[in-house]
Design a protein around this ligand. Structure first.
Ligand SMILES: [Ca+2]
Length: 182
């Protein structure tokens, strides 16, 4: 019974804790969807062999004829509460992408039903030339969720991890984490 009350107290004190997300992609896409610009030539795959700490990662393969300015990404909705601060991070690896490729981790506001709020995207990016072949680089972004203006009805962050400005190559994503800042 004491354990039960301790659990209730924990849930009251840390209501958003249950929404923390970790994706190691050991088995599959772990609930991540994807999005691509029109005319993109791309494959979204789960790579069971490549991984940072453990095998398994998400990967985007840009195919012949992919227009280099186009954006493609994996995405996942994350439950958040206004006025709270969260940190997201993901590790990225590339093979054969353009030096000017932009690999990004971004967030935009949605309401509890997943409708866009027109908040624009907040993101961190790294250029392809800075991700050397075979090396994992970390992208990290901390966001305080506003509670006014366009963010008034926020209930979700749409998280995107993706690539633009490359017409060739492959990028992997692994060891994603999203958590409420203490
Ligand atoms: Ca992994």
């Amino acid at each position: 019974m004491l354990t039960f009350f301790a659990l209730i107290l924990f849930l009251i004190l840390f209501p958003a804790f249950a929404e923390n997300v970790e994706s190691a992609f050991t088995e599959d896409f772990d609930g991540w969807g994807n999005w691509k610009s029109a005319n993109s030539v791309v494959q979204f795959v789960h790579d069971p062999d490549v991984g940072r700490t453990d095998p398994g990662s998400l990967s985007i393969i840009l195919g012949a004829g992919h227009p280099d300015e186009k954006s493609v990404c994996f995405l996942r909705r994350l439950v958040v509460e206004p006025s709270k601060t969260y940190t997201g991070l993901v590790f990225v690896k590339t093979e054969g992408v353009n030096d000017d490729a932009t690999i990004s981790l971004g967030f935009q506001g949605q309401d509890a039903k997943g409708n866009f709020l027109g908040t624009g995207v907040q993101s961190t990016r790294i250029k392809g030339r800075l991700v050397k072949s075979g090396e994992w680089k970390r992208l990290v972004y901390t966001i305080r969720v506003p509670d006014t203006g366009k963010w008034q009805n926020v209930g979700r962050l749409l998280c995107t991890v993706g690539i633009s400005h490359s017409e060739k190559g492959q990028v992997w994503f692994d060891d994603f984490q999203f958590f409420l800042n203490p």
